[in-house]
Ligand binder design. Structure first.
Ligand SMILES: Cc1cc2nc3c(=O)[nH]c(=O)nc-3n(C[C@H](O)[C@H](O)[C@H](O)COP(=O)(O)O)c2cc1C
Length: 288
């Protein structure tokens, strides 16, 4: 993954764009995004998947026929559709790779919005002909973002608390849960953590937690109680969104670490750290 702009800038620039200009994405830009999306096939855990861009062209605006978003997204002229198999840690890999496509789209001037629930599953499925056992856990709308967010967009933004993120103290810990990590103690990794905090997450629940142990960074999923049982979530989503959120956090962390010249790799090492709450699940560690 190589980007022309500083990753921090792209992460800060991205937001959930729910209203687009009625103008197909220009051919050159469309091809660059389609090529980038198609080039990503395996995430850090090795799960295999594929991503396709379906987008309207100047001469064919019907490309998106039947691709619906239940009215949540207005005027998107394209969608990135990802299909994954039933592999171990597939949702984390999905989040990781899709987020890197979203940052690439941001870099080339496009607006995006992650959609884990509000997309018409069967019509999207028809476009990418999934094989038996394959699933589309989420898609992203793309297009030129309209300057003025429409009312519904504004409403959702406020309700989901898009401009609100949990404080650093609630997300990052020193050696064990309950001991907040200071920015100073985070050292060279402070920006990588801050960019985890800036990540998008389903319903803005921000379920990622990181515990530092010397130069190892343990990533935990702090599940939102009852989230998957909520009727709207149950009705609309097909996959475990919070595992996708975790992959997004890994993507931001690794991109910033690499950009800052901090070498490391992902490893599942089951650390001996007492979990703070019942719904805390260990995912992976970045070994620096
Ligand atoms: C996995 C995932 C699924 C999401 N699903 C939806 C969705 O179905 N509909 C929607 O309007 N927004 C969806 N979002 C967008 C979040 O609501 C949004 O990222 C969050 O509120 C933070 O706002 P921001 O993206 O503007 O920073 C999803 C985000 C993620 C990461």
């Amino acid at each position: 993954m190589t980007f022309a702009h500083p990753i921090e800038q792209l992460i800060k620039q991205r937001f959930s764009c729910r209203s687009y200009l009625n103008q197909p994405v220009e051919e050159q830009t469309r091809l660059r995004l389609a090529d980038y999306a198609a080039s990503l096939q395996t995430g850090p855990f090795g799960a295999r998947m594929r991503f396709e861009l379906v987008a309207a062209r100047e001469d064919d605006q019907k490309a998106l026929k039947n691709l619906g978003t239940y009215g949540f997204i207005k005027g998107a002229t394209g969608f990135i559709i990802g299909v994954m198999r039933d592999d171990e840690k597939n949702l984390e890999d999905f989040g990781y790779l899709m987020e890197s496509i979203i940052l690439f789209a941001t870099e080339i001037g496009l607006g995006t919005c992650w959609l884990g629930g509000t997309f018409t599953k069967s019509s999207f499925s028809e476009r990418v002909s999934p094989r038996p056992g394959e699933l589309i856990p989420a898609v992203s709308s793309v297009g030129y973002c309209a300057k003025k967010p429409r009312r519904l967009g504004t409403l959702i933004r406020n309700r989901a608390g898009a401009d609100r993120r949990l404080s650093w103290e609630k997300l990052f810990f020193d050696s064990r849960f309950g001991v907040p990590l200071s920015r100073k103690a985070a050292g060279d990794y402070a920006t990588a953590l801050e960019m985890v905090r800036w990540g998008p997450s389903a319903s803005n629940k921000q379920p990622w937690r990181v515990v530092k142990n010397r130069n190892i960074w343990h990533f935990y999923l702090q599940r939102t109680p009852g989230y998957r049982q909520q009727w709207l979530v149950k009705l609309f989503t097909v996959a475990d969104m919070q595992r996708i959120d975790m992959g997004i956090a890994m993507c931001h962390f690794e991109l910033i670490a690499r950009e800052h010249g901090l070498d490391g790799h992902w490893e599942i090492i089951a650390p001996d750290i007492e979990k703070s709450e019942e719904l805390t699940e260990y995912t992976v560690s970045w070994v620096g």
